[in-house]
Design a protein around this ligand. Structure first.
Ligand SMILES: [Fe+2]
Length: 207
């Protein structure tokens, strides 16, 4: 039987000589975010723990940290460009978080495609963008967690974002390119989960 995943499971280890501290990430996000946004982020961190088996063991703490921190750019004190992946990345970089974590936050959930609509793509491109299981898992956690932390499907999440931001919004303008990319991410993560299930890995108790 699968065990409920716990986002605090990993101490996080080190990335590029800088320590990855899951407890610190959760505390930072909890200080900056409230209401539904905090409920969403807690749901994303839980989901990240569920998907952690899809990434290399050494990257699981990084994934959960990035899940806690991915939306801090929405916090009013961090507001600068008004584009939350960029504002979050700027603050995390200033606070000394590892470049890889900063890059994951900067580019989560197809942010570069929305940044292009906003004319912020050069700014965002300052941060390293990685492709692979960790970036996929972070995006998929966000895309399968609704605005109040409930588990949702990727198509429902995309529809909710379109409705919330409205027609003509940067999200709506990026949607024709962004939606297929997010669905491709979902497909890759689901295939990794299926391979793990075939191998008998069904939950955190097996990791
Ligand atoms: Fe999010």
């Amino acid at each position: 039987m699968a065990t409920r995943a716990q986002p605090r499971r990993w101490s996080g280890g080190r990335q590029g000589g800088v320590s990855i501290d899951v407890d610190r990430a959760r505390a930072v996000a909890g200080r900056l975010l409230g209401g539904d946004r905090w409920a969403h982020v807690r749901g994303v961190a839980r989901r990240a723990a569920e998907l952690a088996a899809t990434v290399p063991e050494n990257d699981r703490g990084l994934l959960v940290c990035a899940a806690w921190l991915h939306d801090v750019g929405y916090a009013e004190p961090l507001r600068d460009s008004g584009f939350h992946p960029l504002d979050g990345a700027r603050r995390l970089e200033r606070d000394g978080w590892p470049p890889r974590l900063v890059g994951l936050v900067a580019h989560h959930s197809g942010a570069s495609l929305v940044a292009a609509v906003l004319g912020l793509d050069d700014e965002l491109a300052r941060y390293p963008r990685e492709d692979g299981p960790v970036a996929d898992a972070l995006t998929h956690t966000d895309q399968t967690t609704g605005p109040t932390g409930r588990r949702v499907s990727v198509p429902d999440r995309l529809a909710e974002v379109l409705e919330r931001h409205g027609p003509g919004s940067p999200n709506a303008l990026a949607h024709p390119v962004r939606a297929p990319r997010l669905l491709a991410v979902a497909d890759r993560v689901e295939r990794r989960l299926a391979r793990l299930a075939t191998a008998g890995v069904t939950g955190p108790e097996h990791w």
